[in-house]
Write a protein that binds this ligand. Structure first.
Ligand code: FAD
Length: 417
């Protein structure tokens, strides 16, 4: 969340206050469900109890899948099958929001699991080629290569012959995926992960950008601005892209692994890679936006954030430079089920917007859903913010006499709130 001082300072050309626009695709029942889930998970103790109970019931093989599918899964995921997620893509399309399909299955950590994920990714890339509503795809390197290998490569120490072979396999696998994205002319976002494997991920991403971004941005790397070293890294990347004559493409996020990072640094006795305060993270995130805007002719950016201030700051910088709202180098992206007031109002104002949409079998998406809920609870104010906009929309619907528990959506409604 931006501080109130930050919010007061900005004179943005876009507002995120219109809840009717934000929830145009949610029926009365959907809105009630969102209210229920965000209310329950607002309290960290209740959240912990709920996730533990669900895990236990799953281990005991209790038949709770229909309940999960009709609740949290429905709120945060696209579906189990193509037919199901296509309905969500169509809904987002009506609001001119693109979908980034995120295969949420955390497969087995072996060659068979990696091959399976590669095959699924190639399928999504082929689908993106055909479907204009899928502007790009995304990938976690550790879904197609061993975490331990990435960790070993990241230390910079010599590899054994077997590790060398696995590293060559990982590079070849990533190359096949990026080559397919290039052939489809649809970008692919490489997600950022834990700092102790990130040097290997960065090496792979940089190699792929040099290889496939010569004409336009196809491969995006991700920078986590909760790390105090990332602004310098961004500066180096921009310089390298200028010298190398390729397009730098970056997704800028704050970062999702703060607790683990701090914990590991403490246990192993090295300085934490994370900024000392939230304010320092905000400062670096916004400085990264500024730096990219100063180099926008060679950089493409995706702002992966639920922070209203950062989105408004980007919109203001674009306006100050007379860039059109749909400038092809700038995209805003939020997770499905989160910060709809940002996504839908940005898209209505003509900005490029996409949503990360996880999909896969309910059981397989549980780790994702649990992390999602835990992370949201950990981000001070995020749950309250989501709840606040839901309650405002519920009150608005009550005022205009709209049915609060019906299946019809606000799709047809006009834009006045
Ligand atoms: C489209 C999209 C793609 C994403 N891809 C990735 C990815 O590839 N890799 C990844 O790691 N995450 C990714 N994320 C998650 C992201 O990093 C954040 O965890 C989440 O979006 C909240 O960030 P925000 O910008 O909305 O932050 P805000 O809600 O404004 O701030 C919360 C964030 O600030 C940081 N923070 C909180 N407290 C402190 C503190 N005391 N000191 C320092 N920093 C603090 C943390 O990063 C925390 O998540 C993605 C998010 C989106 C929306």
């Amino acid at each position: 969340m931006a501080t109130s001082t930050e919010l007061r300072d900005i004179d943005a050309p876009v507002s995120f206050d219109n809840t009717q626009v934000a929830f145009q695709y949610k029926s009365g029942r959907d809105l009630f469900l969102a209210w229920l889930i965000f209310s329950l998970t607002k309290n960290p103790a209740v959240m912990k109890l709920l996730t533990r109970t669900v895990k236990l019931l799953m281990v005991l093989k209790m038949p709770i899948k229909p309940l999960i599918k009709a609740t949290v899964f429905k709120l945060f995921c696209g579906g189990e099958t193509k037919a199901e997620y296509e309905r969500v893509i169509a809904r987002l399309r009506r609001a001119h929001i693109g979908t980034i399909l995120d295969y949420a299955v955390e497969g087995s950590a072996d060659e068979a699991g990696y091959a399976n994920t590669e095959a699924e990714l190639l399928k999504i890339i082929a689908e993106a080629k055909r479907n204009p509503d899928i502007p790009c795809t995304c990938l976690k390197v550790t879904a197609v290569a061993a975490f331990t290998l990435m960790e070993r490569v990241s230390t910079g120490n010599a590899l054994t012959r077997e590790q060398e072979r696995h590293w060559a396999d990982a590079q070849a696998r990533l190359d096949r995926i990026c080559k397919a994205a290039h052939a489809s002319d649809k970008p692919i976002y490489i997600d950022a992960e834990e700092s102790w494997i990130q040097p290997a991920v960065d090496t792979l991403a940089e190699t792929m950008m040099r290889r496939y971004n010569t004409q336009r941005a196809i491969v995006f790397t991700t920078l986590q601005m909760y790390r105090w070293d990332r602004l310098d890294y961004l500066r180096r990347l921009i310089a390298d892209a200028r010298v190398g004559g390729y397009r730098l493409a970056v997704k800028i996020v704050r970062g999702a692994y703060m607790e683990q990072e701090r914990q590991r640094a403490k246990e192993m006795g090295y300085p934490s890679p994370i900024n000392p305060t939230l304010e320092a993270t905000h400062r670096d995130y916004n400085a990264a936006i500024d730096m990219i805007m100063d180099n926008i002719e060679v950089v493409e950016i995706c702002l992966g954030t639920h922070n209203e201030y950062s989105c408004k700051r980007m919109a203001s910088l674009m306006a100050a430079r007379n860039l059109p709202n749909d400038h092809p180098h700038v995209t805003f992206s939020q997770l499905y089920g989160m910060s709809d007031n940002i996504s839908f109002n940005l898209s209505r104002a003509g900005y490029n917007v996409s949503k990360y949409l996880p999909y896969g079998p309910v059981e397989a998406t549980l780790p994702y859903l649990t992390r999602r809920a835990e992370e949201n609870t950990a981000i001070a104010g995020q749950m309250s913010k989501e709840l606040e906009i839901i309650i405002r929309e519920r009150d608005r619907r009550k005022r205009v006499g709209q049915c609060l528990l019906c299946e019809s959506t606000g799709d047809q409604a006009d834009s006045t709130s």
